[in-house]
Write a protein that binds this ligand. Structure first.
Ligand code: SF4
Length: 445
């Protein structure tokens, strides 16, 4: 979601006559979009911003800004803590970033350099207010030479209150965009060559439940999936992330009659223990989570299910942890992100008394990771010798001479080929070998 929000901001700068650069020494404005989901992510953003402060010695006009979740939760405090910071813009104000930065930059570049130390005072901006309809402001994309996949933000916010999570504070209440707006955005992407879209929401399956009606027993999210599925030229649809609440049979059934819907869901489980789920304020029981997974597998037998799990949550006993391990083994997830619980300030879990030691968290983390790796490796190895249909996304991240694409199950496949001819194409690749995360293969004629 942050990637998508950053793209919206970049697009506004391009329209305003700026050029995007990845080289900070080249930049007149440096914006860091921040994540608050873990403390480590916030520290990383702060370290990065502090490490770039020296650039102002060479270019006194350079504008520095924080956007996103940390900007939202810390607001003016950031301007006090990071002396060279100019702009702090929250999660409902991405569409204002351009105006704020452009105004400061123009003022500074128009001034005589020797007055600059004076002019820097009083120019900073902090905007973290709520804004009605902000969900409708994230719909523009950066033009690219060849693009086969795109993220589409369909909603903002979350109405849950998981006790470990800061998102409801940083992203506000659930707000969905109207279906016709989303369909128009996807049509525009397809016209530019996009073949696959990923629909994004904090709890994507709850999309529109407070604004739009259920029609023919279908939730607004299912109605949206059907509408997007109708778009000619679109080959694949993904969505992330769903929640067990509101994952009803109408959505499960989509996997039987919407062939463009990819055979993958990332479905956060968080814990396999009811006692821990209760402490997490996740309003479902483990059996419900398991039953949804089983229904999805019955509807789409080749589906890959990946998950998120937090280990070492306050009060998690060895038995609770073993329940999570047993559930993981039972469901045979294709892969997982395993997180050691870390305190987020202003969340109920951070105040719980029965916090675990770092050592216990790390032991459980390692134990679960070993299981995750083993199952992922086994599943990948079973694909050696098979032919997989992939969408080629372009040059691979690790080696310029190879291309990469994804299977419907979201497995990355690396192979050799001609970037110009193959990017954006659906291809058959014979899998020759694998690692935990990646399949390697060769193009089938
Ligand atoms: S569902 Fe829970 S974990 Fe997910 S964003 Fe909402 S509060 Fe956070």
């Amino acid at each position: 979601m942050n990637e998508r929000d950053s793209e919206q901001v970049a697009r506004m700068f391009i329209e305003g006559g700026y050029t995007v650069t990845a080289d900070t020494t080249d930049a007149d404005a440096i914006l860091v979009n921040t994540c608050s989901v873990r403390d480590q992510a916030e520290q990383k953003a702060l370290n990065k911003m502090n490490a770039m402060g020296h650039l102002r010695r060479e270019k006194p006009h350079v504008v520095y800004g924080f956007m996103g979740c940390m900007a939202q939760s810390r607001g003016p405090e950031l301007l006090q803590d990071v002396k060279h910071l100019d702009v702090v813009v929250g999660t409902q104000k991405y569409h204002r970033v351009f105006d704020y930065v452009d105004r400061i930059l123009k003022t500074r570049t128009e001034r005589r350099m020797d007055d600059l130390s004076l002019s820097l005072q009083g120019e900073s901006v902090c905007d973290v207010e709520d804004e009605v309809d902000s969900q409708n402001t994230i719909s523009d994309h950066v033009p690219k030479d060849i693009q086969s996949t795109a993220f589409v933000s369909i909603m903002q916010g979350c109405n849950m209150r998981c006790s470990f999570c800061i998102v409801p504070d940083t992203r506000g209440k659930e707000r969905g965009r109207p279906i016709p707006h989303i369909v128009e955005e996807v049509k525009g992407l397809v016209a530019k060559g996009v073949k696959e879209v990923t629909l994004l929401g904090q709890i994507v399956n709850l999309y529109g439940r407070t604004e739009f009606d259920i029609v023919d027993r279908k939730s607004p999210f299912v109605q949206l999936l059907e509408a997007v599925h109708e778009i000619d030229g679109l080959e694949r649809i993904r969505f992330t992330s769903p929640h067990p609440i509101g994952f009803r049979d109408d959505l499960v059934n989509c996997f039987t009659y919407l062939p463009k819907l990819c055979s993958h869901i990332h479905f956060p489980m968080q814990s396999g223990s009811d006692a821990v789920l209760k402490q997490m304020k996740r309003p479902y029981k483990n059996e419900k989570f398991i039953s949804i997974c089983e229904k999805i597998r019955a509807a789409r037998p080749d589906i890959a299910i990946t998950t998120d799990i937090i280990v070492g949550f306050p009060g998690e006993t060895e038995e609770h942890f073993e329940e999570t391990v047993a559930c993981y083994e039972r469901l045979q997830f294709d892969n997982a992100f395993v997180f050691r619980y870390s305190k987020r300030r202003n969340t109920p879990a951070a105040e719980m008394e029965n916090q675990l030691t770092e050592q216990v968290k790390e032991e459980r983390n390692q134990k679960l990771l070993a299981i995750v790796d083993r199952i992922a490796q086994e599943k990948n190895e079973a694909l050696v010798g098979t032919t997989q249909r992939i969408l080629c996304e372009g040059v691979s991240k690790t080696k310029d001479s190879t291309l990469s694409g994804r299977t419907s199950q979201n497995r990355i496949v690396i192979f050799e080929g001609d970037k110009t001819k193959l990017t954006g194409k659906m291809l058959d690749i014979e899998i020759t070998h694998t690692s935990r995360f990646t399949l390697y293969g060769k193009l089938v004629d």
